[in-house]
Design a protein around this ligand. Structure first.
Ligand SMILES: *Cc1c(COP(=O)(O)O)cnc(C)c1O
Length: 810
């Protein structure tokens, strides 16, 4: 038997060092003298991988032998980030590998830092999928994630003169030692063409074009290495990679056109979480990955269980938002056209198999496709959707009191204006469970977007409040705090995050508080060093680190924070004698490339930073930084160093948020609105350990309904008026004084996101934060309460609820 890493002791790393060098020589083709850091990284990953592969195969064999039901998580995004530290930590071999590398003169931390960030997602939705995959493996549940292996993923953000510039993310440029291409798992995916009736009365779809989907697998290691699951991402290949007839005729471009089209399909993730990209390419991507995944799931089911009718007993398919919603029609097509089931039986199987998770109430983000486009690309699916719709509307009409308006709202086809296929309604109709991602969001789903569907199927909507994996978001990103907690309450919390509650009593322990604060300070020094080295920004680690990092979107209200920063700047200059709390305001986040206002907010943050940071009259009292290229590994550096977590979305608009949970787990206090999961975080940490301000979701709705006069609000608030007019008149943009006139004008006429309405409450809340900061012991007490009481927000808890209440696998 070969030596596996996990059987080695920390002080016996010789064999492991030998194994790494052996891999370096025989797999990478370098010797230790000539190896570059990327060679060492690849050799280390490949060596660790050997250990993972054996567990992986054992996990698959075990699930098969037990005839286990499998969970399939379909998501167009998996924001997994780096994998090496995650794998080493979950396998419990961090010290061994670090020791082995050290004996070879190589620093593990330096290797970790050069691993590319797998940025196959936009933000929260993609990161949730990654946390879920880790928790599924940690809870020993057999599961597959299905998505797309984007060659460039999400764009890399550079800031040039304060403006966002989008560059391709070349995360695969050094190859990817984690992945396995599975040539044997390949499927044809068709587009276009026509539907032909056969003599037997059956129907046959004859696509005009097709590509081949090829599986690329990445192992997902659970906590303590118990189970290794599979993240299966699809890549595309032309069926005829080269048309030799054309090539020989001198048409080189035409000869390779098929391959180019296939590669285009898997090239980029559309960087938009607020509106459907609208591109035909996006619909093609959605169908491509849905079809390949469904074909794979059905093939595996038949191989193991031989009877398609038992699919719902052996497979639970979860749709992460509507991006994979076409899967509902695809499964119907496979069941009816390929497995010869009747429509009714196929529909029953489909509904019992799927669950759908909704992530947004923003009307512009509810996907719908022009009917003519859908019909042209997917003619057979269009027929099936018509049939499903006929059945759905029949059921709706049978319900007492359903009027024409309600029927029109339930329909899978939007008939107002250009006819469109509504993907959320398809996902809802085709699933036995429809869940929201925080309690407030779920209640709003019932009242707003799905009010009529909810009346039709009143037991279908349920809540599953999001969570985060405490392995990545505490143990790996904050090892010092983890060690302190282990020393205080023992290691039990590492297997059950809710055991963190035992920390509560230490909130009153002066010695513990000191040590807690000194770890926070050490993390802040680390971040300060990073800021200095990466951007030249110098900040004082003893200042309050006030952090807003998330996608840039008007509803998340970075603008509220920036305007308040400007107001604070004014105040400090007008009253230098006051006892101001020194603050470092940090921002990071990407804006969708077509989102004009969001990009302007980035520029504004940078303009404000430039002005304030170079003004000696505020000195160390206020510094502002915009950190470029927000991604998972940057979040892992920033969050452990944060004192204050900005969660200030317009109430009713953030479905859950997960950034809020990561900060609280690392001992930051939240300043936030009663939105998304903030509501539940408040319930867990207690009112006195969180700073809540502003309008509630009901109040926002009421203001929007009854009319709201932002001009009067702005005129009535001297601080706000002064800040807005300074920004509008070009104080921060002397090179282009009119740059922000439109952005500020938007506050006067309309202010949909209620920035003005919440400003005074927000500014007052910030001053109460200043006052709290003066009492460091009190601050530490609150911070410790946060860590102690947010164990419930572990994605293990979330996944257990999905497993018990939706998937029936526990
Ligand atoms: C957690 C996370 C998010 C989600 O943040 P929110 O504040 O909930 O919007 C987005 N991006 C990255 C990289 C994350 O780690």
């Amino acid at each position: 038997m070969t030596t596996t890493i996990t059987t080695l002791h920390v002080d016996d790393t010789g064999p492991l060092a030998d194994a790494i060098v052996d891999t370096l020589v025989h797999r990478i083709g370098k010797d230790a003298a000539n190896a570059r850091p990327h060679d060492w990284l690849a050799a280390t990953i490949l060596t660790v991988r050997n250990d993972i592969i054996e567990r992986w195969m054992a996990s698959t064999r075990e699930a098969h032998a037990a005839g286990a039901k499998r969970v399939y998580y379909l998501s167009l995004e998996f924001l997994i980030g780096r994998l090496l530290r995650d794998a080493l930590s979950n396998l419990g071999v961090m010290a061994q590998v670090a020791g082995a590398l050290q004996s070879l003169g190589v620093d593990l931390t330096a290797l970790e830092e050069i691993e590319p960030d797998a940025a196959l997602g936009n933000g929260g939705l993609g990161r949730l999928a990654a946390c879920f995959m880790e928790s599924l493996a940690s809870l020993d549940l057999p599961a597959y994630g299905y998505g797309i292996r984007y060659v460039n993923g999400m764009f890399r953000q550079r800031i040039d003169d304060g403006w966002q510039v989008e560059l391709p993310e070349t995360w695969l440029s050094h190859g990817n030692p984690w992945e396995f291409e599975r040539r044997e798992s390949a499927y044809f995916v068709g587009f276009g063409g026509e539907v032909i009736g056969t003599e037997t009365g059956a129907v046959h779809w004859k696509p005009a074009e097709a590509v081949e989907a090829i599986a690329v697998d990445t192992p997902v290691v659970g906590w303590r290495g118990k189970r290794v699951n599979t993240l299966r991402l699809w890549t595309a290949q032309a069926i005829d990679p080269i048309r030799l007839d054309r090539f020989n005729a001198g048409d080189y471009t035409g000869a390779l056109a098929g391959q180019l089209a296939a590669e285009t399909l898997v090239r980029v993730l559309y960087p938009s979480d607020s509106s459907p990209a609208g591109q035909e390419l996006r619909l093609r991507q959605e169908y491509f990955f849905s079809s390949a995944s469904l074909q794979d799931i059905v093939r595996r089911h038949i191989q193991y269980f031989h009877d398609i009718r038992t699919l719902p007993d052996k497979a639970a398919i979860q749709l992460n938002d509507t991006h994979p919603a076409v899967s509902v029609a695809e499964l119907m097509r496979l069941l009816v056209d390929h497995h010869d089931l009747g429509f009714e039986e196929a529909w029953e199987i489909t509904r019992r198999t799927f669950g759908y998770t909704n992530h947004t109430l923003l009307p512009e983000a509810l996907e719908s496709w022009p009917l003519h486009l859908f019909e042209r690309l997917l003619p057979r699916h269009m027929q099936l959707i018509y049939a499903i719709n006929a059945k759905l509307l029949r059921e709706a009409r049978a319900v007492e009191g359903m009027d024409d308006r309600a029927i029109a709202a339930i329909s899978l086809i939007d008939e107002g204006g250009e006819r469109r296929v509504r993907m959320a309604n398809l996902a809802f109709a085709g699933s036995h469970s429809v869940n929201g991602v925080a309690a407030l969001h779920t209640e709003l789903m019932k009242k707003t977007v799905f009010a009529d569907l909810h009346r039709l199927y009143p037991t279908r909507i349920n809540n599953k409040t999001n969570g985060i994996t405490p392995r990545r978001w505490l143990q790996q990103c904050n090892p010092q705090l983890t060690a302190l907690i282990r020393e205080a309450i023992g290691p039990g919390f590492q297997d059950d995050a809710e055991k963190l509650i035992a920390l509560t009593e230490f909130a009153q322990d002066a010695n513990f508080r000191e040590r807690f604060l000194s770890i926070k300070r050490s993390n802040k020094v680390g971040l300060a060093n990073y800021l200095r080295e990466s951007s030249g920004l110098r900040v004082d680690p003893d200042a309050l680190f006030d952090v807003q990092i998330k996608r840039i979107h008007e509803y998340k209200r970075q603008l509220l924070n920036i305007i308040e920063t400007v107001a604070l700047y004014d105040q400090i200059r007008s009253h230098p004698e006051r006892d101001w709390t020194p603050r470092v305001k940090l921002f990071a986040g990407k804006a969708a490339s077509s989102y004009h206002n969001a990009k302007l907010v980035i520029k504004l943050a940078n303009d404000v930073a430039r002005r304030i940071n170079s003004d000696p009259s505020v000195g160390h009292l206020l510094k502002v930084g915009f950190i470029p290229n927000y991604n998972v590994s940057l979040a892992e550096k920033i969050i452990p160093a944060a004192d204050l977590s900005e969660q200030i979305s317009t109430a009713g608009m953030e479905a859950s948020g997960t950034g809020n949970m990561k900060f609280a787990l690392n001992g930051a206090l939240t300043i936030g609105t009663l939105d998304g999961a903030n509501v539940e975080i408040k319930e867990h940490v207690g009112d006195e350990h969180i700073v809540i301000f502003g309008l509630t979701a009901d109040e926002v709705a009421e203001k929007r309904r009854d009319g709201y006069d932002p001009r009067a609000v702005i005129e009535g608030s001297p601080e706000l008026r002064q800040a807005v007019s300074a920004i509008a008149s070009g104080v921060f943009s002397p090179d282009d004084p009119g740059r922000y006139a439109g952005l500020m004008g938007g506050l006067y006429d309309g202010d949909w996101f209620m920035v003005a309405a919440d400003f005074d409450a927000y500014a007052a809340a910030q001053r109460s934060v200043d006052a709290r900061w003066q009492d460091q012991a009190g601050w530490a007490t609150s911070a410790i309460h946060n860590v102690a009481k947010v164990g419930w927000f572990s994605s293990d808890r979330t996944i257990r609820q999905y497993a018990e209440e939706i998937w029936n696998v526990m």
